[in-house]
Design a protein around this ligand. Structure first.
Ligand SMILES: [Zn+2]
Length: 474
């Protein structure tokens, strides 16, 4: 570990007269944070649960104690993320009415729901087996039967500029040839949490198995109704955000107008609904990602206690990562530092156990190492941060940093995940966290953060290494 050179650098940049405070990174605090977040009491911190509510309060309190300022809207620690929960209350009902005669079809046997509307009634059937049969515009009163391969359907819709079928009452595609297995259990139905907007910008799709598809093909003057029996409730989830104000440097006061966003997700996947009676059913998520939260909290505390950084530093605990980076997506739609002034996102994900492939205790690996100039800067500074040893796992694209990347912002994850078997299992427990490793790795990560926050490195995409679709939305 190389404390000294960076220390000098920090001093010379800030022009401080007094010696900087040694960072207050302690094993006791790291252990306290992980132990609380990963405790059974928090029930696996599922998005929108009581457990995650407690976790949010705890993180806000800890940031306050550490001397951070609230980073959310209106001087709050919280950024409210509106979401919806869709809950199935009964089996869905799909019926086809031909010449006054109504026939019901069964989920599983006759069809599967791929993306659901809540209820559609008396839709007019339009059967399409060639592109010229497509209507000119989308119609919410029409159930469009697209009897073609997936490739053909895409081509047909694209040729008429109909997107993926958004705006129709329902899109019906080919399912399996024969009938499927009957499904009677409600448990096999979804309970889904998503953005409120999600239902508006997606097509509603049902896959019809052979017999239903045939009935649809033969039906003349027919109408179709589908009631999914799903009720939707609005929920408010929360990102938890603190900040440390940047002050620029003597030579570059304009750095105070730029920001670095640190992130770690504090949600996890909740309880194991399938656990046997009396068995452990809490997905503690000690490594995923209580460890990253603890690391970030310590870094934030050390920075708040030390020299003010040159750039603004946002300390962003994201909600709803596990269900699709939704908390971070919301933040990016409602950023608390302008995105064009955000020089980078450094994300902390699964840092609680050493990875031999990164060199073991105290070492971290870095996703997107070959895409930006940061890995070279960290290596040159002698930090124990090495290139991502698992390129085929696509970790660069599997955490909150990637939401930033999609908006064009340099976003990279520090991790020491060693592909352990406890990932997303109830066995991801605090007892398996190596706090010596976490403490040492946190000190390395602090230096990595400081190098960007102090302006001693300007994060940049390497030529030709910008991900192919920056700016693309999920
Ligand atoms: Zn995670």
């Amino acid at each position: 570990m190389t404390l000294a050179p960076l220390f000098v650098l920090a001093l010379s940049l800030s022009g401080a007269e007094t010696p900087a405070v040694v960072p207050a990174i302690t094993r006791a605090e790291l252990s306290h944070t992980v132990s609380y977040l990963a405790s059974d009491e928090l029930e696996g911190r599922a998005t929108a649960s009581e457990g995650i509510r407690k976790a949010a309060e705890h993180l806000a309190q800890r940031m306050q104690l550490a001397g951070l300022k609230p980073g959310g809207p209106e001087d709050s620690w919280f950024q409210v993320v509106p979401m919806e929960r869709g809950r199935a209350t009964a089996m869905p009902e799909l019926s086809l009415t031909v010449a006054g005669v109504t026939r019901a079809f069964a989920l599983g046997v006759d069809y599967e729901i791929q993306a659901e509307p809540l209820a559609v009634k008396d839709l007019r059937l339009v059967y399409v087996s060639a592109p010229e049969q497509l209507p000119e515009t989308a119609d919410p009163k029409v159930a469009l039967v697209l009897d073609g391969s997936a490739g053909q359907r895409r081509e047909w819709l694209a040729a008429k500029k109909l997107g993926e079928g958004q705006g129709f009452g329902l899109i019906i595609t080919r399912g399996q040839k024969g009938t499927g297995r009957p499904r009677s259990e409600l448990r096999s139905r979804m309970e889904r949490i998503d953005k409120p907007i999600a239902r508006q910008d997606q097509p509603f799709i049902v896959r019809a198995n052979g017999p239903l598809l045939e009935a649809l093909q033969q039906a003349k003057d027919a109408t179709l109704s589908l009631d999914t029996k799903v009720v939707v409730e609005r929920m408010d989830c929360r990102n938890v955000i603190g900040r440390i104000d940047g002050v620029g440097t003597k030579e570059r006061p304009e750095l105070a107008e730029t920001a670095l966003v640190l992130s770690a997700h504090y949600d996890h996947i909740g309880l194991d609904a399938g656990a046997a009676e009396g068995a452990d059913r809490v997905h503690n998520g000690a490594d995923d990602d209580a460890s990253g939260c603890a690391m970030m909290l310590e870094i934030a505390g050390a920075m708040a206690a030390g020299e003010a950084p040159a750039r603004d530093v946002l300390v962003f605990f994201a909600t709803a990562e596990e269900i699709g980076l939704l908390g971070t997506e919301y933040y990016l739609d409602h950023p608390l530092a302008p995105l064009d002034k955000t020089v980078a996102n450094l994300n902390f994900e699964m840092v609680g156990r050493p990875d031999p492939k990164a060199g073991g205790v105290g070492k971290l690996w870095f996703t997107g190492h070959d895409r930006t100039n940061l890995q070279a800067a960290y290596s040159a500074a002698g930090l124990a941060i090495v290139p991502d040893p698992y390129p085929d796992q696509s970790f660069f694209e599997r955490s909150d940093n990637y939401a930033f990347v999609k908006r064009g912002v340099v976003g990279q994850t520090l991790s020491s995940y060693n592909l352990h078997k406890d990932y997303h299992h109830v066995s991801d427990e605090v007892a398996l966290i190596d706090f010596e490793h976490l403490e040492l790795a946190t000190r390395e990560a602090l230096h990595a953060v400081r190098m960007v926050a102090d302006g001693s490195v300007e994060p940049l995409w390497l030529p030709g290494r910008v991900p192919t679709r920056p700016g693309a939305r999920r």
